[in-house]
Ligand binder design. Structure first.
Ligand code: NAP
Ligand code: MG
Length: 506
């Protein structure tokens, strides 16, 4: 962090220029345009607290304008042949590919995520996600049903109308692409509500998308949850809501949608277990546990494996390797290519993390094995940095073990009995991701059968990927994303049609 190279300075200047140009704008009706609401609020660089742009504090009027625009665009877009819609999305993916570096820099500046470990891979993942959905446009097929002679009976796959897509700040570009890809390919139009803390990269992506889409097909508003998100989710013309964020807000969204009988997808939080068996290959498991913690994204990942359960026979061997590896992770300027861990999104979030760590520290029998503090040094003083933290023996009844902390904090404990550890792993309100490390196939199968989670892995703990249906059980949400099936199930409706020729077959 102390040494900002010239390369980093140039990257920052370029990203700041884009951020400045976006200031005061939303994407509505085919272009980047000033919002109706002239009031704006600052977007902060999490790494130094500076203001990098100001975005409109949209309220009902701007949401109304965006939804009306999407509604107007719907008839023509929904009648555009599906593969032609897919080709438009492919062109968008190519355009984003050409803008990969500037987008990655803007994303790093906006989210505080390190460019090398998170922001650039996120741009790549967003592009990949769009290409997945563009490629399956031809799969929007119905079925024919054998019925009476002299009739044709079939089903269709139809778009729903205007989709309201509400996204959080942790992976904003990927999450926007994961919603817009299937929504638009399926023939819907959309209004995105960006998160207040990190709206810039989605704003720029939506601006770039306009070159390939008719006006109104994809719009974006900025603003606060209750002022912009709620009018969007409750709008009568919004026929589908797709939401990624916290459980707390997810419940509100479900209520709004219940009130208007509107389909909804909820991708909510997690507190995912990661279980290491005594026979695990530690060469694989140790880096896998660290990858699972998602500390290169400051732990701000819904799929993070933050409850680590180590068999007592390998406990010391794993801990001895994990702690030095965590201590070596390089915190610093997100735009510096050598940085592995960037800054937490906001001061508020940083203080929330600190409250949980204090609670753990104050609990009898709990030990902080590493981290547990902000890093020292002037270079970190103005940013929201927090050291990778590992905490031992937090009781399963503690909020530290039950709540999603969404920071670089993982818990570790030892176990002896496989049935008991599976029970412990399932003793949570959440059910998003889970992993197990073993060489024994029967344990792997038992785990896969019994674990209550939507995204289950053995001997790896990768992030969600395009083409793999992703979504949670229990309080982690409703519905899946990222796959052909999820597009068909969540972004289309269907009709059953019987056409009677009117003639009795001879
Ligand atoms: P959040 O507070 O729930 O906010 C998510 C989005 O909802 C933001 O755009 C927010 O606006 C908006 N919002 C807030 N109140 C609203 C309301 N009453 N009506 C409509 N919209 C409203 O979540 P966050 O703090 O940004 O993100 C972190 C959470 O996202 C974590 O719980 C994480 O696990 C979850 N997440 C889940 C997945 C997944 O795929 N399962 C992926 C990533 C993140 P503001 O920006 O103004 O608050
Ligand atoms: Mg929030």
């Amino acid at each position: 962090m102390n040494t900002i190279t010239n390369g980093t300075t140039a990257a920052r200047t370029e990203a700041l220029d884009i951020a400045q140009r976006l200031t005061g704008h939303v994407v509505i009706d085919g272009k980047l345009a000033p919002a109706l609401m002239s009031e704006t609020f600052p977007v902060e660089n999490p790494a130094d607290g500076s203001t990098i742009a100001r975005v409109p504090r949209c309220r009902r009027e701007d949401v109304e304008r965006a939804v009306r625009s999407a509604h107007r665009a719907f008839p023509a877009w929904s009648r555009t042949p599906a593969r032609e819609r897919g080709r438009a999305i492919l062109r968008i993916a190519d355009r984003l590919q050409a803008e990969r570096e500037p987008l990655a820099r803007l994303l790093a500046l906006d989210t505080g995520n390190a460019i090398a470990t998170q922001a650039r891979p996120e741009v790549d993942a967003a592009i990949d996600m769009l290409r997945l959905f563009a490629g399956v446009a031809g799969e929007l097929k119905g079925k024919t049903i054998p019925w009476e002679p002299g009739t044709l009976c079939y089903t269709t796959r139809d778009p729903l109308g205007v989709v309201g897509a509400i996204i959080p700040w942790n992976a904003p570009l990927l999450l926007a692409a994961g919603k817009l890809g299937p929504a638009l390919v399926a023939g819907n139009t959309a209004v995105v509500k960006a998160a207040e803390q990190a709206p810039l990269a989605p704003l720029r992506m939506l601006e770039l998308m306009q070159e390939f889409l008719p006006p109104g097909v994809a719009n974006l508003v900025t603003g606060f949850g209750e002022e912009a998100g709620q009018p969007l989710a409750t709008h009568a013309l919004v026929r589908k809501v797709t939401f990624t964020g916290s459980c707390e807000v997810g419940k509100h969204i479900l209520h709004y949608c219940a009130d208007k009988i509107c389909p909804v997808t909820l991708e909510l939080g997690g507190k995912s277990p990661n279980i290491v068996l005594a026979d695990a290959d530690l060469e694989l498991a140790v880096p896998g546990i660290i990858m699972g913690m998602r500390f290169t994204r400051q732990g701000q990942s819904c799929s993070a494996g933050t409850r680590v359960y180590l068999h007592q026979d390998v406990y010391d061997a794993v801990i001895e390797r994990v702690i030095p590896a965590l201590a070596k992770l390089r915190l610093g300027d997100p735009l510096d290519e050598s940085t592995e861990v960037g800054a937490v999104i906001s001061r508020e979030q940083l203080e929330r993390i600190e409250r949980y760590v204090t609670m753990a520290r104050d609990t009898l029998g709990v030990r902080i094995l590493c981290g547990g503090a902000r890093p020292e040094g002037d270079a970190f003083a103005r940013g929201n940095f927090y050291l990778p933290t590992l905490i031992e023996d937090v009781p399963s009844s503690s909020p530290v073990c039950r709540d999603e902390i969404f920071g670089p904090v993982a818990l570790v404990s030892r176990w002896r009995d496989f049935d008991a550890v599976l029970e412990q792993a399932n003793d949570t309100d959440f059910g998003l991701a889970a992993a197990l490390w073993t060489r024994d196939l029967s344990n792997a199968l038992a785990f896969a059968e019994r674990i209550q989670a939507g995204f289950v892995q053995v001997n790896q703990f990768i992030t969600p990927r395009p083409n793999l249906a992703y979504g949670g059980l229990k309080a982690s949400g409703l519905g899946k994303e990222y796959s052909l099936e999820s597009m068909l199930e969540h972004f289309t409706t269907s009709k059953t049609v019987i056409i009677n020729s009117g003639k009795r077959p001879g």
